[in-house]
Design a protein around this ligand. Sequence first.
Ligand SMILES: [Zn+2]
Length: 191
Amino acid sequence: MCHTPTAELDFFASLLRQDQCFAEQVQAKGCEHCGSPLHQAHYQRKPRGLPPELRNDEAYARRYSFCCCRCRRRHTPVSLRFLGRRVYSAFCLLMASFQGCFETAAIQQLSVPKLSLYRWQQWWNGDFKQTRVWRALTTKLQPVTRLPDDWWRQLGGATWCERGWQMLGALLPLTSQSSRYFRMSEFTQNL
Ligand SMILES: [Zn+2]
């Protein structure tokens, strides 16, 4: 049986811990509309694109979300694990989108259909470039011709964990419709 390296599992665990922090922050603030307490109303997801050890992990599959006890409005915190409603984990969507990843053993192990890979690459180089996240990034990056590859090369982290953390962090505002309440300063840069 093939085991996922410890460093990789630690990385995925750190994504979960940070998502838990985001969830605690959102719940502690209360409803953004009426100030009432928020109750747990998490989504149970079946994320794909995870190491085998995490595929049946209930905690990892939980997308944190809250509902106001008074006005019933939803508050779904930003996430390092889930990019919107996509089935695949955000990290899988990132790593599998690199040019040349189609044929690598790691991606084949994740069993991502080629159509999904194609759509993700289209998204990176199409819709993503229309987002406020990308508009903000372009002021900091050298010109890029292909995403996410050219962005990845310009990141300063020494390890893939550090670079992955930076990228997923930058994508946070795209991960939830409630992200307008999120301030990037709430995101810790520490692994
Ligand atoms: Zn409310």
